[in-house]
Design a protein around this ligand. Structure first.
Ligand code: NAI
Length: 329
């Protein structure tokens, strides 16, 4: 059986090569992103292994099915990029890695908070430039601050636990309250109340029709002046142009993004020699109180090892006729 891993980077090659390979499975590492231009590379591969910015829209799925693909093994937890009705119609099975390391993502969200609060990105640049002035680098103590957690599943709950450790007050919003988070002293409130009272808001819910642009011009206005927004969920949770206005007016005090609505064309590639064509991202990157990372929250050794092991297990289980971690389509 042949599997092709689209969007695979050197760290994927390392983690998959270190994991136990199911008997009879041959892996082909393909750096290209899956889309209509590259889908031909998947011909005669029963298994296509895709990541978050691969195109799994109906036209691509149709070409995959025509070429003999029967299983899409996602190397991600999120599956908002898959046209599930099309997959069902074409008889394609979709499996995913439901949890690889909630710690990796939660800890990255905390890293963004700390970098923004203590101006680490600016301080590093200054000291490298021989500028040892502290003016403009004043942060705030986290203890006692109110942190709003939107989505309290595996990652949100892990994040909440870390923030409780800093001595923060926790507000949470999730249609399904998590007793682990309540046990930390978090109060479940409406989205409106959370946005109105939190000094730090962190997004940990999936992207779907209900959550798309959960943070928009209107909801940003209801946040506290000077609040911090952290998004390690999915870019589409936030209406990005609205962030620029909120930052320009000073209403939004800090912004940490690991995900961006239009990231598919940009992230995971070295584009440092090219002019940045995305004017919204370019403007965001000019603000001193903004830190953007390129969807790296998952990128820890532990998470990569877990992604590789679970993905290979998923493929073996499907081949044995007992699929696991299926995404309902
Ligand atoms: P999970 O399924 O354990 O938890 C998601 C939680 O969000 C659930 O409790 C659910 O009830 C809640 N939820 C659903 N819709 C909501 C809404 N409209 N408002 C508020 N809460 C809502 O998922 P997990 O593992 O915690 O992951 C969360 C998200 O993090 C993923 O869907 C994915 O988009 C993102 N992620 C980002 C990564 C990165 O590298 N930046 C890596 C892995 C996941």
């Amino acid at each position: 059986m042949r599997a092709i891993l689209f969007s695979s980077q050197s760290y994927d090659r390392d983690s998959f090569s270190s994991a136990p390979l199911p008997a009879g499975l041959a892996l082909q590492f393909q750096p290209a992103r899956l889309n209509l231009d590259t889908v031909a590379l998947a011909e005669r591969h029963e298994v296509v292994c895709a990541f978050i910015n691969d195109d799994l829209s109906a036209p691509v799925l149709e070409r995959l099915a025509e070429g003999g693909t029967r299983l899409i093994a996602l190397r991600s937890a999120g599956y908002n990029h898959v046209d599930l009705p099309a997959a069902k119609r074409l008889g394609l099975s979709i499996v995913r890695v439901p949890a690889y390391s909630p710690h990796a993502v939660a800890e990255h969200a905390v890293a963004l908070i700390m970098a923004l609060n203590r101006c680490l990105h600016r301080a590093c640049n200054r000291t490298r430039d021989g500028n040892f002035s502290l003016n403009g680098l004043t942060g705030f103590d986290l203890v006692g601050k109110t942190v709003g957690v939107i989505g309290t599943g595996q990652i949100g709950a892990t994040f909440a636990r870390i923030m409780a450790g800093f001595g923060c007050q926790l507000l949470a919003y999730d249609p399904f309250p998590n007793p682990r988070v309540e046990a930390l002293g978090a109060r479940y409130v409406s989205l409106e109340d959370l946005l109105a009272h939190a000094q730090i808001v962190s997004l940990h819910c999936p992207l779907n029709e209900q959550s798309r642009h959960l943070i928009n011009a209107r909801s940003l206005e209801t946040m506290q002046r000077g609040a911090m927004l952290i998004n390690t969920g999915r870019g589409g949770l936030v209406e990005t142009p609205a962030l620029i206005e909120a930052l320009k007016s000073g209403h939004l005090g800090y912004l940490g993004l690991d995900v961006y609505e239009e990231e598919a064309q940009l992230f995971f590639e070295d584009r440092s020699n090219l002019p940045l064509q995305d004017d919204v991202l370019a403007r965001l990157l000019t603000f001193p109180n903004v830190v953007v990372t390129a969807h790296q929250a998952f990128l820890t050794r532990e998470a990569l090892a877990a992604i590789a092991t679970t993905t290979l297990d998923n493929i073996a289980a499907w081949a044995a006729g007992a699929p696991q971690n299926l995404v309902d389509s």
